[in-house]
Structures are given as structure tokens and as C-alpha cells.
Design a protein around this ligand. Structure first.
Ligand SMILES: NC(=O)c1ccc[n+]([C@@H]2O[C@H](COP(=O)([O-])OP(=O)(O)OC[C@H]3O[C@@H](n4cnc5c(N)ncnc54)[C@H](OP(=O)(O)O)[C@@H]3O)[C@@H](O)[C@H]2O)c1
Length: 310
């Protein structure tokens, strides 16, 4: 395992964590394509492999994800760094306290290690939210605060408004979607804020298992423009390169894609998984390295991509 420290905190996390949006979320096929038993098996496998960062959110499956995570962690809560997120509509101080208490109950724990603002809410003053979060820290319910989907101006405002340090910004980052490299990533590096990369496999596209004849059938990915024909054609050469580089290392395209993300300075990744075998494959993206030449090839193959999002 390889570890990173979350921002200025004392939280040591594995560079590959586990995202759990899939748990309890019908849009990801929960209840059809996979079940609570499989979600619990995914958690078991993650813990068995030593993955110690578990990311969930109050909104995932309307709380089901937090409940499943809480159930899986019974008796072994101390083995993980538990991260969850509060919805933008709960950022008023009174709502924040209630949302935090509800998350604690569902997670079956007395503390959240990393409490993240899921996205900014323009109608609530950041000062109120940040002061509410500071109080949750004082009460021992939350250990550290992070944000998610925060562009630089908001990140700066949140830092100014907060009495403590923001330790992480959870944002979308993968070989195909690299827009954070322009501003967010450099800012986070300069300010000692860890970037937690979500959708590091581009929601499975970078595994190489999807093409025009094999498309995901769930609602979430049917809405993801990357899976549209005109965008997918641009992705195939990147997948070919992932395959080629993977063969040289005896690893899969998914592992190369995750290694690329986790080899970026100040970045860790939280791939989601529906099967224990996927967790195992993803964990094994660590423990070996892409060479500077391979990184340069991947950079060249992916940096000029322009997808249509409309
Ligand atoms: N903060 C935010 O706003 C935000 C937004 C999105 C996600 N997130 C977090 O980030 C996590 C990860 O992002 P994501 O779920 O959007 O995308 P992802 O991690 O890029 O893709 C996850 C999906 O890829 C497939 N997969 C994973 N590992 C695989 C493997 N080794 N081989 C083949 N297929 C594999 C699985 O679906 P199939 O098997 O069905 O293909 C899995 O559900 C989420 O669970 C969530 O915790 C946060």
C-alpha cells in the first residue's frame, strides 16, 4: 500500500480509497445489477486489502450508502478514515448540525473523520457554514473539514472564512477530464490541500470494457456525455494506449488509469466498485510506477481531447 497525508491533518490514507456512491443508488443499478450483499462484500474486500479511506455522502442512495458503510464497519470502525459529505441544502448552521447527527447515526459512529461540503450553496453565506463546521469539530463530531467541487475563488473564500484548515477538495479527475489542472490542482498544491479524485476511471469507461456495442444500462451513465458515440470515438485511442502500457507492466487498463491519477502530485483517488474483484484490481494499481516516458505518452494522448457536453 502507498499512503498520503490528507492536507495538513494527521490522517494517513491509502492513495486508493473506496467510493461508495454505488451503494444504495438505483441510478447505479443497485437492487438490480448488484445488491447490499455485494456492497458489504466490497467493503470486506477493501478492508482486507488495507484500503483505509472510505468515501460516502448523505445523498448517496438517500442515506442507504451511509447505512451500508456503517453496517460493514461495525466492530472495526477504527481501521478506516471515514469521509462523508453534507448536501448544499444543509449548509445553514441549524441544518448542518442535524445533517451531521443523521450521518453519524446512519454510519453507526460517534465521529466523522472528514466532513466535506458536497458542493457550494450560493444562497448560504460561507461564513455561516464554516463556523458551523468549526463547532462540529469543537464538539468532537467531526475531525477534519474538506470541500468538494469547489473552484478556486470559492476555495479561497472558504479558507478565509474557516478558523481551521481545509484539508481536501474532492473533484472529478481522470485521464479524460483534466480541467482541474488549469487552476484547482495548482492552487491545492500551493495551499497544502489534497485533491481527492472522483470518477478516476471516468465511471468505468477507462477500464476498456465499454464500446458502442457494450454500453452501460444504468441511468447515471446514460446521462454521462462521455458515453455518447461522438465522445467515445475520441476515447478509444487512449484506451488502446492504456492497454499497451498495461501489457508492459502486466496490469490492466484500469490499473494504468488509476496509477496515472495517483502519480500526480498531491492527488489520491476514490474509485467506486460493485464487486470485490474490482476493488482488488483497483488496489493493485499501487506498488509499481509509470515511467516518465509512459506518463508523457499518456499526457500527449489525452491532453488535446475536447468532448461535447451538450
Ligand atoms: N463529490 C462528488 O460530487 C462526487 C461525484 C461523483 C463521484 N464521487 C465519489 O467518487 C467515487 C468514484 O466515482 P464514480 O463512481 O463516479 O466513478 P469511477 O470510480 O470512475 O467508476 C466506478 C465504476 O466503474 C466500474 N469499475 C470500477 N472498478 C472497475 C474495475 N476494476 N474493472 C471494471 N470496472 C470497474 C464499476 O461500474 P460497472 O461495473 O457497472 O462498470 C464502478 O461502479 C464515487 O463512488 C463517489 O464516492 C463524488
Amino acid at each position: 500500500m502507498e499512503y498520503a497525508t490528507l492536507g495538513t491533518s494527521d490522517l494517513r490514507v491509502t492513495k486508493i480509497g473506496l467510493g461508495t456512491w454505488q451503494f444504495g443508488t438505483e441510478g447505479w443499478g443497485f437492487g438490480q445489477d448488484f445488491t447490499e450483499q455485494e456492497a458489504l462484500a466490497v467493503m470486506d474486500k477493501a478492508l482486507e486489502l488495507g484500503i483505509n479511506l472510505i468515501d460516502t455522502a448523505e445523498v448517496y442512495g438517500d442515506g442507504r450508502s451511509e447505512e451500508i458503510v456503517g453496517k460493514a464497519l461495525a466492530g472495526r470502525r477504527d481501521r478506516v478514515v471515514l469521509a462523508t459529505k453534507v448536501l448544499p441544502r444543509h449548509l445553514r448552521e441549524r441544518d448542518l448540525v442535524r445533517a451531521c447527527d443523521e450521518s453519524l447515526r446512519r454510519l453507526n459512529t460517534d465521529r466523522i473523520d472528514l466532513y466535506q461540503i458536497h458542493a457550494a450553496e450560493p444562497y448560504v453565506p460561507l461564513a455561516e457554514s464554516m463556523s458551523g463546521l468549526a463547532k462540529l469539530i469543537d464538539q468532537g463530531k467531526v475531525r477534519y473539514v474538506g470541500v468538494s467541487n469547489f473552484p478556486v475563488p470559492l476555495l479561497r473564500a472558504a479558507e478565509d472564512a474557516f478558523s481551521g484548515r481545509i484539508v481536501s477538495n474532492q473533484v472529478r479527475y481522470n485521464l479524460l477530464q483534466r480541467d482541474i489542472e488549469a487552476e484547482i490542482l495548482p492552487y491545492c498544491r500551493d495551499h497544502g490541500i489534497t485533491v481527492i479524485a472522483y470518477s478516476p476511471l471516468a465511471q468505468g469507461l477507462l477500464t476498456g470494457k465499454y464500446d458502442r456495442d457494450h454500453l452501460p444500462t444504468d441511468k447515471i451513465r446514460q446521462r454521462n456525455p462521455l458515453f455518447r458515440e461522438e465522445n467515445m470515438v475520441q476515447v478509444f485511442p487512449v484506451i488502446d494506449l492504456l492497454r499497451q502500457i498495461g501489457e508492459a507492466h502486466g496490469v490492466t487498463p484500469a490499473q494504468v488509469a488509476l496509477r496515472w491519477v495517483t502519480q500526480q502530485e498531491g492527488v489520491i483517488a476514490i474509485p467506486g466498485a460493485k464487486r470485490p474483484a474490482q476493488v482488488e484490481e483497483n488496489a493493485r494499481a499501487l506498488g509499481w510506477s509509470l515511467s516518465p516516458d509512459e506518463l508523457a505518452h499518456l499526457d500527449a494522448a489525452s491532453s488535446g481531447l475536447k468532448f461535447s457536453y451538450f
